[in-house]
Ligand binder design. Structure first.
Ligand code: DGJ
Length: 720
């Protein structure tokens, strides 16, 4: 377990995964990444590749080229024509030749400074490979941490400037891997606003396939993650490797298949609008990359990744705690509320068994619509009918916890904050502003701004009995230009992220009892960087149950289900105009952390009865959904008419089946369940029907929906 060094081979072993690196005269060659190999005997073939137009470092050896060797570090300029992992300008050029000079084995995980890091464990061990470029006076340390309990290895890079002059980092990836030529597919989580995290699978062809963000946030369109799997891999078989980044800003992840079918993968900060001036004596740490491996297909990869995130990334105090069922007033009232309306809503919620009342946007300053007041974090007592704490006390008295919405990184031009500090908004001098939702972004690269937000939010959280915070972020960053030199401006996007992590680590640690949920117009920043501080994410602003099927399917592809907020909203739905029965809206939201976001006070009694039953039932199945193993039974890809997901936890099984369009005929669908004990008996709750695990897995469960508008079914089994 952990790190082993034998001859010129470095082994990094986690649970069922190995990374094997060879020191070949100072060059670091990647011998293997994937399933566990405890003794590697190597292949000379790796050294016998002679290809025209590839550069050779030695005159009499045409078989050794950086273009054809599998490496963990790629530089351009010396015959490797693939994507580099590092580029640093110094003196008159940006050529570097790093050679291994030393290595260390360290217990536990090493932390990347100022950035989100996985929690270490007693059994974690780190290999630090120290390389140098003597000519440029640069040192590069590559860290690889093995976690004994999971098939995961994390890694990051540190560049130290040992010279007496500043250098400029143009590019540095968190990790790069060259893997053997083979037939691969690549799986990514893509989308757009209101249709986040759609699972996309592409066959890998010659060329470069990349997902990136240059928005100043990870964004709705792409996720800082990429899965490389066998072309033949299925949910239950085949090898798969996931690369993920613990970072919430501009990122790139790519996979390149070159002219020889060799494959290079990389993940890290996006080079676009990025450069980092590294003064003499300083060092720079990249964000941490997470590599997770499965030899047993994509579902197993999901389980490994979900567990790693839950155990090593999500804040510990919430990782294994059931999440409250909430009512959020946003789609119930938008900005149009007064204290009485809020209390009426809380009252209904309490009668229905709901556990947390969340007051969304519009409670502060002059915030009567979304054109003003961001930055003025002062309670609007006129709207709330008095001090915030009085409202909270009344909500608490109804047996509900209390949550509050913030959007701390933003500033409205019509705000007292902007009138006092117009220079605090991100802007390029003389270029005006670019608005989005009529708001601007505060420059978190400026420590004064971070200090202001820390104090303003801390004051409200300290003075009021708040149990939950929703942290929103409703635009992306433009007009980058606050630096006083070109380089300072190039550094601003990453400096913003360092300011953001300083801010959120301060507030979430100081108020560690508060459950923080991150949001960016839904899932616009649903990434591991945020999840390190925010154990819950509002997965999408699209609350339409049918639209949410692919969103939830993708949001839980690599992240644990317990991270995913899912709400029942009004019908017809406010975004899609679709009418969906309350049962189906409930069944879909119960595939995540159940909440409600509609005006409970205006619902017919029949709907309230259904909601009360859903809430009571969810309390029963909550551990199954939030702590269970998830199996994807039917993919709700756009265009498909069905979806089915199964959760198994201890002796309980929950299966949700949804048909997205009603059919005239009664068409049966067979759901072959997974992960059950063959001989055990499972009783379908609400009936006397008992099935063996073997029956449910091999003969399957027959799902039949009657014609009409009843679109879904949830099956709940308890092992006898
Ligand atoms: C966008 C969020 O995603 C919504 O849920 C809501 O909080 C609004 N912002 C409020 O402005």
């Amino acid at each position: 377990m952990g790190i082993k060094i034998e001859g010129n081979l470095f082994y990094v072993h986690s649970k069922n995964m190995s990374l094997i690196i060879e020191n070949h005269e100072g060059d670091l060659l990647l011998r293997h990444i994937g399933g566990k190999i405890t003794a590697y005997h190597g292949s000379n073939a790796l050294f016998e590749k002679d290809h025209a137009f590839s550069g050779n470092p030695t005159p009499d050896d045409r078989t050794y080229s950086f273009d054809t060797q599998r490496q963990i570090l790629g530089v351009h300029g010396f015959g490797d024509f693939r994507q580099p992992s590092i580029s640093i300008s110094h003196d008159t050029n940006d050529l570097t030749q790093f050679k291994l000079k030393d290595y260390h084995v360290l217990s536990g995980a090493v932390e990347a400074a100022g950035l989100p890091n996985p929690y270490s464990t007693e059994n974690a061990e780190t290999l630090a490979l120290v390389l140098e470029d003597k000519l440029a006076g640069l040192e590069l340390t590559l860290y690889y941490t093995a976690y004994a309990e999971r098939s995961t290895i994390s890694s990051f890079a540190k560049i130290s400037n040992l010279s007496d002059k500043a250098v400029v980092i143009n590019r540095v990836l968190s990790t790069m891997l060259d893997v053997p030529a083979s037939d691969y597919d690549v799986v990514t989580l893509q989308g757009a606003y209101a249709r986040e995290k759609t699972v996309r699978r592409h066959k890998l062809e010659q060329g470069i396939f990349t997902v990136t963000s240059n928005r100043g946030a990870s964004g709705h369109a792409h996720t800082p993650a990429m899965v490389l799997c066998d072309h033949t891999a299925t949910e239950d078989a085949g090898q798969a490797l996931a690369l993920q980044l613990l970072y919430s800003g501009n990122f790139q992840a790519f996979v390149q298949k070159n002219q020889l079918n060799e494959v290079r993968l990389g993940i890290g900060i996006n080079d676009d609008n990025f450069a980092w001036e590294l003064s003499a004596g300083d060092s720079f740490d990249t964000p941490v990359a997470i590599m997770t491996y499965s030899a047993k297909g994509l579902t197993h990869l999901t389980h490994e990744s979900q567990l790693f995130v839950q155990e090593h990334i999500m804040p510990k105090q919430f990782a294994h705690v059931e999440r409250p069922i909430l009512i959020n007033n946003w789609e119930a009232t938008y900005f149009d509320f007064k204290k009485e309306k809020l209390l009426d809503l809380a009252n209904e919620a309490s009668k229905l068994g709901i556990e947390l009342f969340v007051l969304d946007d519009g409670w502060f300053g002059n915030r009567f619509d979304d054109n003003r007041a961001l930055g003025d974090w002062v309670v609007n007592e006129e709207k709330l009918g008095g001090p915030l704490n009085d409202l909270i006390a009344e909500v608490h008295a109804k047996g509900l916890k209390f949550g509050l919405w913030f959007e701390p990184e933003m500033i409205s031009v019509d705000s007292d904050l902007y009138r006092a500090h117009p220079d605090w908004a991100i802007q390029a001098e003389g270029r005006g502003h670019t608005y989005s939702r009529n708001q601007l972004v505060l420059n978190l690269a400026n420590p004064d701004v971070v200090a202001y937000i820390k104090a303003a939010i801390d004051k409200i959280l300290t003075e009021n009995a708040i149990d939950y915070v929703k942290w929103d972020y409703n635009r992306n960053i433009t007009n980058i230009g606050n630096g006083d030199t070109y380089l300072a401006t190039q550094m601003q996007s990453h400096a913003y992220m360092l300011g953001l992590y300083d801010l959120v680590s301060y507030l979430t640690e100081k108020h560690s009892n508060i459950l923080f949920e991150s949001c960016s117009g839904g899932g616009g920043r649903n990434d591991l960087g945020m999840m390190r501080y925010f154990p819950q994410v509002w997965a999408s602003d699209n609350t339409d149950a049918i639209s949410r099927l692919p969103i939830q399917y993708g949001s839980s592809y690599l992240y644990p289900t317990i991270s995913m907020g899912a709400h029942v909203s009004a019908s017809p739905n406010h975004q899609m105009g679709r009418t969906t029965p309350i049962e189906t809206r409930g069944n879909v939201a119960m595939m995540g952390n159940l909440g409600y976001e509609l005006d409970l006070t205006s619902l017919p009694e029949s709907d309230k009865e259904v909601i009360a039953a859903q809430v009571a039932h969810y309390k029963d199945i909550r551990p199954v959904v939030q702590f269970g193993k998830q199996y994807r039974l039917i993919n709700p890809e756009q265009g498909s008419n069905e979806a089915a997901v199964q959760f198994v936890h201890e002796d309980k099984v929950v299966v949700t089946y949804v048909r997205t369009l009603s059919t005239i005929e009664t068409i049966e669908t067979t759901l072959k369940l997974k992960g059950l004990e063959e001989e055990a008996l499972y009783c379908l709750q609400g009936t006397d029907q008992v099935y063996s695990g073997a029956e449910l897995m091999y003969a399957g469960l027959t799902a039949i929906l009657p014609q009409g508008d009843y679109l879904s079914k949830q099956y709940y089994f308890v092992k006898q």
